[in-house]
Design a protein around this ligand. Structure first.
Ligand code: AHR
Length: 305
């Protein structure tokens, strides 16, 4: 195995470990922390890996540079949680020419799937559909003003959660008052929600947040404006991190769809297979599900992330 500073990398270095460069998005959310921990545990030396970790602070250009540096280090495999979907063709081609297999985890890319071995991730569109189905059932024919806190612009979860939700609320009386990115962070969720409240005040009936962290930031803004989250403004979000589940139990969020972050073990299995030359499935999804406030109360004590 190898790491950035101590040896030449690659399978040839003789310690029997598989050297894996992992290009993580950054550390924007509670979901991301749980995912990073799961990946670090799965890609441990005990399990036969030497992990070279990079977090790009959600800067797509920095993430591509990190992947290039993994190629230069001649790692045995590269795992990417792509910040955005577009812009990957060149560097994925470079990895392929260098004979280094690439596995995507969590998010995907818009490039041809010939350029990577596998994608182990989540069905973001289905998550959006489940969130939208709740909104459609709850509001239906009642004229409803919705605001949206979008995830990172150009990311697979932001694109697909928007599309799935829109599909599910088609034909209802829900209209979008405003929609802006909150970059999947609590801080931006709060700031953007403050702007929505200044502009639209108590006209807002419903908030769709592409992740819990932004919903949690928005809850602060809603309470500071003297409104009651979960009542004056109903909230639906995605991830089901512990703080989100607690807000659901507390009645401040109305509905949450999970996005399962503890996928490190399966990613590590797929990487080991790919490096050994075994066939792997191109796409493997973890199944998500929604939670109501009552259902969340039943599981919160044993919640894993
Ligand atoms: O790609 C998954 C998304 O990334 C999560 O929903 C969000 O919290 C994270 O930042």
């Amino acid at each position: 195995g190898a790491n950035a500073s101590t040896d030449d990398g690659g399978a040839s270095s003789g310690d029997g470990l598989i050297t894996v460069g992992f290009a993580q998005t950054g550390s924007e959310s509670g979901w991301r922390s749980a995912n990073t921990e799961s990946m670090r545990e799965a890609f441990s030396e005990e399990n036969g890996f030497d992990l070279v970790f990079n977090a790009a602070d959600n800067d797509p250009a920095a993430q591509i540079s990190a992947v290039r540096s993994f190629i230069n280090q001649e790692v045995d495999a590269i795992v990417i949680a792509p910040i955005v979907e577009d812009g990957w063709d060149d560097v994925l081609q470079e990895a392929q020419e260098a004979g280094i297999p690439v596995v995507l985890e969590d998010r995907t890319v818009s490039s041809s799937d010939d350029l990577y071995e596998a994608w182990v991730g989540l069905d973001f569109r289905h998550e959006g559909v489940m969130a939208g189905e709740w909104a459609a059932e709850t509001f239906g024919d009642t004229p409803t003003n919705m605001v949206v806190l979008e995830g990172t612009t150009g990311s697979a979860p932001a694109n697909d959660r928007a599309a799935g939700f829109a599909e599910a609320i088609e034909g209802t009386a829900i209209t979008v008052l405003d929609s802006q990115t909150g970059n999947f962070t609590r801080a931006d969720g709060k700031t953007v929600m403050e702007g929505f409240l200044q502009k639209h005040g108590s006209d807002i009936d419903l908030l769709y947040a592409h992740n819990d962290d932004m919903a949690l930031g928005a809850i602060d803004a809603i309470e500071a404006a003297g409104l009651v989250p979960g009542e004056d403004i109903q909230i639906v979000s995605i991830d089901a991190v512990r703080d989100g589940m607690q807000a659901l139990v507390d009645g401040k969020i109305n509905y949450i769809v999970t996005c399962f972050p503890l996928i490190g073990d399966l990613v590590a299995e797929v990487v080991a297979d790919v490096v050994a030359g075994n066939p792997v499935e191109k796409v493997q999804f973890f199944e998500d599900r929604p939670y109501t406030q009552e259902e969340a109360a039943e599981v919160i004590d044993e919640w894993q992330y």
